[in-house]
Write a protein of this length. Structure first.
Length: 161
């Protein structure tokens, strides 16, 4: 594990020297539902390669509004359908793992109110899914920016419950 971190740092330095620190954009859906206990739950999915807990996210789609692209990610990665908000909850920066190394991305996160889940979807069986409360989601997610965003929005959602 420590060796992996050293490799990641070297790749980051190499990319920085190549002047690739201007972040590209990504979009993410934050799938939510209110539990029977009135508490908000977030659906986390695992990344396909490293099995880290994340939310559905991907690259914007040319000619498609970002909130719709985020909803598409929720459908492809977790089989979800529901209602997505047009205005993002916030954004965060993260390092995206690519075949060529790491790239800095700025991720805009859109709330996705889950209505239900399809029986089958594009990436079914490739990822694990887990419904957790906001605190647990913030703890499980290893991306500091996303974790901080969840902690930031939590008080507002608890007041609405």
């Amino acid at each position: 594990m420590a060796n992996d971190n050293a490799i990641e740092k070297v790749q980051v330095v190499i990319m920085a020297k190549q002047n690739r620190l201007v972040p590209r954009s990504q979009v993410a859906a934050l799938p939510v539902r209110q539990g029977a206990d009135g508490r908000w739950k977030v659906l986390l999915v695992t990344s396909r390669e490293t099995q880290r807990w994340i939310v559905p996210k991907g690259w914007p789609i040319k000619g498609v509004p970002d909130y719709i692209a985020a909803a598409q990610e929720a459908r492809e990665e977790a089989g979800l359908f529901g209602y997505v908000q047009k205005k993002p909850l916030g954004c965060y920066e993260a390092w995206k793992r690519l075949d060529s190394g790491f790239e800095l991305v700025n991720v805009r996160v859109f709330r996705f109110d889950v209505e239900d889940q399809f029986d089958t979807w594009l990436e079914k069986g490739q990822r694990q899914l887990r419904w957790v409360d906001l605190d647990a989601a913030a703890d499980l997610i290893e991306e500091p920016g996303l974790s901080a965003l969840l902690r930031q929005i939590k008080p507002n959602w608890e007041d609405a419950a």
